[in-house]
Design a binder for this molecule. Structure first.
Ligand SMILES: NC(=O)c1ccc[n+]([C@@H]2O[C@H](COP(=O)([O-])OP(=O)(O)OC[C@H]3O[C@@H](n4cnc5c(N)ncnc54)[C@H](OP(=O)(O)O)[C@@H]3O)[C@@H](O)[C@H]2O)c1
Length: 320
């Protein structure tokens, strides 16, 4: 198999085309021929200094280091205990370094059968690959943590990014909630199209002050980081929740402990059950997967630089 990999964990190591032995799936595992790979900020965060790299280095597989999480493709081998997935099935899923798995920047991945969701006939594999981390994280924020239902009020900071666009759509299209989104001037129309009734331009003034006129909110999702947690909490009504999607440092975790415990962090884990509900919504035309760029896997380094620039208004998909 071929992967884009770095030879060691040293920061700044380039990704190079690397040939590796094709793994044989164990009893509960599935081998997938990857057809499309979704790029996420976690892919470059794991290569840079920080808690994610430290965790992956400690508990992940040894080098060569293959970045990437999301993928979609066709099943090419199954372990002897896998009964619900067969060779030839189209699937979507995420790799998980805490299970000793290599990343998805490759033409082949091996993951647990429980990490895969079967795709309906004809489902676009590029759209599928762009879904797991961003879509599932948004689902967890809006539905599992926010418990958003019809008529509730949701504010999304960073509404034009991948997670933000899924949050807006899930809250508006699947939960019939009122949504206010925050983004830059050039993305106001995009966020309105995704379903936000109110869109605030953060370049035109203090976005949180502008949001206050449309609250109180039942959920404030911060997909950016850097917004003051107390200021976000001040936008909440009784029983409201503030979710720090981009939080990863100690300062964010401290906010969880501030009474009355309205702030949360989230770790998007793409399980089969979560993916299934999102795949069905996309298949029914109720969710749009925002793909803005397709690139060959060989250009993974350029794709990561684009993602790190934090100006993408949707997903980059790599094609092996
Ligand atoms: N906890 C988890 O499990 C989890 C899961 C997924 C992602 N994340 C994290 O969540 C963050 C977003 O991920 P993503 O995939 O959505 O990234 P993304 O698609 O790359 O987000 C880029 C967007 O951020 C927006 N942005 C940048 N600065 C902003 C600001 N000051 N105010 C409002 N919007 C701003 C930009 O919009 P404008 O150009 O309009 O400003 C751009 O559209 C990343 O830090 C990522 O690591 C965490």
């Amino acid at each position: 198999m071929i992967a884009m990999a770095q030879t060691t964990w040293a920061v700044g190591q380039p990704l190079v085309r690397t040939e590796m032995p094709t793994p044989t799936p164990r009893a509960h595992e599935v081998r997938v021929a990857v057809r499309a790979i979704g790029v996420n900020p976690v892919d470059w965060k794991m290569r840079n200094r920080g808690p994610l790299r430290m965790a992956a280095r400690l508990i992940g597989p040894p080098p060569p280091v293959v970045p990437g999480v999301d993928f979609a493709g066709i099943v090419e081998a199954v372990g002897e205990r896998v009964i619900d997935i067969k060779i030839g099935d189209a699937v979507v899923g995420s790799t998980n370094f805490s299970r000793g798995q290599r990343g998805s920047y490759a033409d082949t991945v091996v993951v647990g059968a429980d990490q895969l969701c079967l795709l309906p006939p004809g489902f676009d594999l590029e759209q599928a690959a762009a879904l797991p981390v961003a879509g599932v994280t948004a689902w967890m924020c809006v539905v599992e943590i926010g418990r958003i239902a019809k008529g509730k009020r949701v504010a999304v900071l960073g509404a034009s990014g991948a997670v933000g666009q899924f949050c807006v759509q899930i809250a508006h299209n699947l939960r019939d909630a009122f949504v206010a989104g925050v983004c830059s001037t050039k993305n106001l129309e995009l966020v309105r199209e995704r379903g936000a009734e109110v869109v605030i331009d953060y370049t035109a003034g203090n976005a949180l002050e502008a949001l206050a006129a449309h609250g109180p909110f039942d959920l404030v999702v911060d997909c950016v980081g850097g917004y003051s947690a107390p200021a976000c909490r001040s936008l909440l009504g009784r029983g409201g929740r503030h979710v720090m999607v981009a939080g990863e440092g100690p300062a964010d975790f401290v906010q969880i402990l501030v009474p009355p415990f309205k702030s949360r962090t989230v770790l998007g884990v793409a399980t089969r059950e979560r993916l299934m509900v999102l795949v069905e919504a996309i298949d029914a035309g109720r969710l749009v997967v925002p793909i803005t760029k397709r690139m060959p896997l060989a250009q993974a380094e350029e794709a990561l630089a684009l993602s790190e620039g934090k100006r993408m208004t949707g997903k980059i998909v790599l094609l092996p």
